[in-house]
Write a protein that binds this ligand. Structure first.
Ligand code: COA
Length: 261
């Protein structure tokens, strides 16, 4: 039986999704993209899952990009489903009601970097390398890189990365805000990621969802519309049981116990 290209496991309300083509540096062929979408769907639908970790198998790569082998016989028309499927996966991750953390344990290039950017939070080990190297293949990013990269690191740096195709080290990714934290080894990365996931899993789930929706909207509309949206979310969160529990617990000087309702 052939090995699964995406692994899925759940432990203590945390789903871990692992891209599993280590010999090919976890390159994202069509099967991986489809399987990733299915795995994220499963995590979204599972009421017991509160947080998702995305990582890559092996010690070399998170994902070294779309599978270049699939580009050879494609033209401008036949390549469209490939880009659309990649973009749809990224949009799905971004729109999920639960936080998604990318644990970047090696190369995150091209589509690998783009999928990491669709996650809410990026942690990386010192051996991680980031980049949008498409220009060196005579092409451009197609999973949302030209759109999400400038939103995360600013337009000037995004243009430099996309035009040069250069790889940057984890230290530089941390400096420009592409990652949130850096760890000295892959083991520490996974430990630190798990700690964050455990922390987030205990937070009130409805409040996390409403905050994520509002944050996702921050770059979508006008300031006025964004503020109106935030007020609606703020009002909605006041109808949750967790709001009552959180406020009551604070006033009673005890730890809250959230039910995600
Ligand atoms: N698509 C398909 N296969 C890929 C790949 C990709 N994006 N990235 C790596 N691989 C494969 C290599 O072909 C090689 O397979 P092989 O052993 O069967 O020949 C294996 O993964 C290891 O890669 P290799 O190039 O030998 O390792 P390296 O350590 O010398 O270099 C990289 C690592 C990541 C710098 C290099 O593989 C690379 O530049 N990959 C392409 C990155 C890219 O352009 N991504 C954007 C695509 S749009």
């Amino acid at each position: 039986m052939s090995e699964e290209v995406v692994l899925y496991s759940v432990d203590s309300s945390i789903a871990t999704i692992t891209i599993n083509r280590p010999k090919k540096y976890n390159a994202l062929n069509s099967e991986v993209v489809k399987s990733l979408h299915e795995a994220f769907n499963k995590a979204e639908d599972d009421q017991d899952v509160r947080v998702i970790i995305l990582t890559g198998a092996g010690e070399k790569a998170f994902a070294a990009g779309a599978d270049i082998g699939e580009f050879q016989d494609k033209d401008g028309n036949t390549v469209l489903p490939l880009a659309e499927n990649g973009q749809n996966l990224c949009k799905f991750i971004e729109s999920m009601s639960k936080p998604v953390i990318a644990a970047v344990n090696g190369f995150a290039l091209g589509g690998g970097c783009e999928i990491a950017m669709a996650c809410d939070i990026r942690y990386a080990s010192t051996n991680a390398r980031f980049g949008q190297p498409e220009i060196n293949l005579g092409i451009i990013p197609g999973f949302g890189g030209t759109v999400r990269l400038p939103r995360i690191v600013g337009m000037g740096i995004a243009k430099e990365l996309v035009y040069t195709g250069d790889q940057i080290k984890a230290e530089e990714a941390l400096r420009i805000g592409l990652i949130n934290r850096m760890f000295v080894s892959v083991e520490e990365l996974m430990e630190g990621t798990k700690q964050l996931a455990t922390n987030l899993a205990a937070k009130p789930g409805v409040a996390i969802r409403l905050a994520k929706e509002s944050l996702n909207n921050a770059f979508e509309m006008t300031l006025e519309k964004n503020l109106e949206f935030e007020v609606r979310q703020f009002s909605a969160v006041f109808n949750t049981e967790d709001k009552q529990e959180g406020v009551d617990a604070f006033l009673a000087k005890r730890e809250p116990s959230f039910k995600h309702k």
